[in-house]
Design a protein around this ligand. Structure first.
Ligand code: FES
Length: 143
């Protein structure tokens, strides 16, 4: 069964769906994997709180590119609210294979960009909260 998924991943790597940029995207987010330097830029077109189009560009390994390709297919038609609650399991279900910690980072790079994009530019909610705390600390230090 794993072999079928592997073939599917290779197929998405060789012929990525939704590769390119969108004209006038409503959300654009760029992210990279610090451990290897691979990058992704994700563009989303939103109408009535729903993703109506999604594209990506960047350079990355087979897993990150296949993950981006599958994810951009899957998120079309979904609401931002739904996508805010996507987890790594949603991506791993798409890929369908077990991954070790290094490959997991590759697989989750597109999701990181998606989550940061749909939550707003500050990133993941916990990071956003951290930023908020830091900003408040700065303000109170300045008083
Ligand atoms: Fe860089 Fe996979 S090796 S994202």
């Amino acid at each position: 069964m794993d072999d079928l998924y592997r073939m599917e991943i290779l197929e998405h790597y060789r012929h990525p769906r939704n590769y390119g940029r969108l004209k006038d995207p409503d959300i654009t987010y760029h992210d990279s994997n610090p451990s290897c330097g691979d990058e992704i830029t994700l563009d989303l077109k939103i109408e009535n709180g729903r993703v109506v189009d999604a594209r990506f560009v960047g350079h990355g390994c087979a897993i990150s590119r296949a993950s981006a390709s599958m994810m951009t297919e899957e998120i079309k038609g979904r609401t931002l609210e739904e996508l805010r609650h996507w987890t790594k399991e949603d991506i791993l279900d798409l890929l369908g294979i077990e991954l070790g910690p290094v490959r997991l980072k590759c697989a989750l790079l597109p999701l990181k960009a998606l989550k940061a994009g749909v939550w707003g530019l500050a990133g993941w909610p916990d990071e956003e909260e951290e930023e908020q705390v830091k900003a408040e600390e700065k303000v109170s230090e300045g008083q």
